[in-house]
Ligand binder design. Sequence first.
Ligand code: PMV
Length: 356
Amino acid sequence: MEKENKWQQSTGEVEWQSPANIALVKYWGKYPVQLPMNPSLSFALKESVVRIRIAYEISKNKAFQLTGFQLNGEAHQAFAEKIAHYLISLSEAFPFIKTAQLQISSESTFPHSAGIASSAAAFSALALCICSMDEQINGRSSDTATFLRQASNLARLGSGSACRSVYPGMVIWGKCEDFGEASNTHAWPLPADQVHPSFHEIRDAILIADSQSKKVSSSAGHALMHKHPYRDQRKVQAHDNLARITEALRSGNWSLFGEIMENEALSLHSLMMSSNPGYILMHPNTLMMINKIRKFREETQVPAYFTLDAGPNIHLIYPEAEQKQVAPFISDELAPLCENKRWIADAAGPGPQQLK
Ligand code: PMV
């Protein structure tokens, strides 16, 4: 039960930076409210982050209002409405929202047109801000684990995969057999001793095949899973892939890790193609890049593998130690297949940071 509000008037500011994440085992399909059909695993990125600052004023005699919203310095009506809707949906659990006047500014390090989903980073930063506001306004503080669990839970309600962005390292979301701590309502970071040192420094080259917004949203894609002919088998596959990829992480087996990662990416897109109606989000150059990556791996034995989000852009994942061999491959063979030769050098990062 939420405590009775004690404040009369309160003003303040909170600010968090949170990263996008890349899923290796994909969350695809959900039940109300934003509960996953299958468990997933991802890691947080380093460079692709969103910063959110909220200046707030709570006064008992005013109703909730988003008095201003700026995205990278400019007003953005559609996002403002989405955020206001999300915040109002949290107001039963956080009654201070009901009388809050909020000024929100959001900045992302990656352009909106880069084709990288910013919603995971944004909802994670927003959820962390709400949890910090709750602490400031109600004068309470919880231990870090409890704080992050609550933020992850709130982030999930904004965008499912956002719940994983709250943690650094390898992160699981969704109940599964091998890890009793994993949950459907919040993400759970795989303990450090479950991840072999060869996975501590991972690079992710995000190769922009096409930056146009997707023709079919992730929400529509999730919904199509309900009547999907392969739905039940997909759940079995995701559980199995999660068990095998966590074993690969434990033992330092990059080739098993990469094999499962690619299987997940191709399975995700196969599920889209075999939905009813079916659709294709890959671009012709996505396939060209996939073929080049597999050929490069065969010829050099360098453990560089691809994954894909629900979009056409490739994430090329490889150990930091292989950077010398991979860098010229990207610039000579993959960059020419990217839109305007555009790609982003990213890596596994430290997770969210509180800025204020
Ligand atoms: O969180 P959503 O609803 O944007 O869905 C994300 C789905 C994938 O990115 C395709 C997979 C994942 O696990 O992140």
